[in-house]
Design a binder for this molecule. Structure first.
Ligand SMILES: Cc1cc2nc3c(=O)[nH]c(=O)nc-3n(C[C@H](O)[C@H](O)[C@H](O)COP(=O)(O)O)c2cc1C
Length: 168
């Protein structure tokens, strides 16, 4: 039977949405059915065999939509395989090694019994609105630090893990 995966994400400026779309596309290429949905709009968790939940990091916390989704669906999430990702660092730290989850995300991962958490680099560019983003870019610290190869490789790994679960 095809594994149905919900990929839900909390994103303010779209870069985390881009990561979620890439995860969805990779899962589909690996034979899963994957729906990629903003966490604020995702409702029917019970329809899925597994969930990938991701949040953009703002001031050391996940975007509110991702946090609220986890709260709202805590029971259903605890009942199925859950994989978490954060997107944030505006440098290459997430490509060089494992960036541990923010404390709130770590607690959430424990509460949900998440199988994994991974941090991907984030993006702040001249297109990103807001004072903080403008300052960052002006000082030469902006950039798109998402790493498509790393995202793809993690999504392949999730698909393989789910396939193994299915065959148990
Ligand atoms: C105001 C602001 C605060 C941020 N705080 C953090 C943070 O605490 N930790 C982190 O790793 N990245 C932080 N970032 C970087 C964002 O997580 C990054 O830009 C991410 O790609 C945003 O995702 P989005 O485009 O989906 O909203 C911050 C960015 C902004 C603009």
């Amino acid at each position: 039977m095809t594994t149905r995966v919900l990929v839900a994400y909390g994103s303010r400026h779209g870069s985390t949405a881009g990561i979620a779309e890439q995860i969805g596309a990779t899962l589909r290429a690996d034979g899963c059915e994957a729906d990629v949905v903003p966490a604020g709009k995702a409702e029917d968790v019970a329809d899925y065999d597994a969930v990938v939940l991701g949040g953009a990091l703002y001031a050391g916390r996940w975007h509110g939509d991702a946090r609220r989704f986890a709260r709202r669906h805590g029971g259903e999430l605890a009942d199925r395989p859950v994989f978490l990702f954060s997107s944030g660092p505006i440098d290459d730290s997430a490509t060089r090694g494992e960036v541990p989850p923010a404390p709130g995300v770590k607690r959430l991962a424990a509460r949900l019994g998440a199988r994994e958490h991974v941090t991907f680099g984030g993006s702040v560019t001249t297109e990103t609105p807001g004072w903080f983003a403008r300052q960052l870019v002006r000082r030469g610290h902006g950039g798109d630090f998402r790493d498509p190869e790393r995202v793809r490789s993690w999504a392949h790994h999730v698909a393989a893990d789910l396939e193994e679960t299915e065959s148990d």
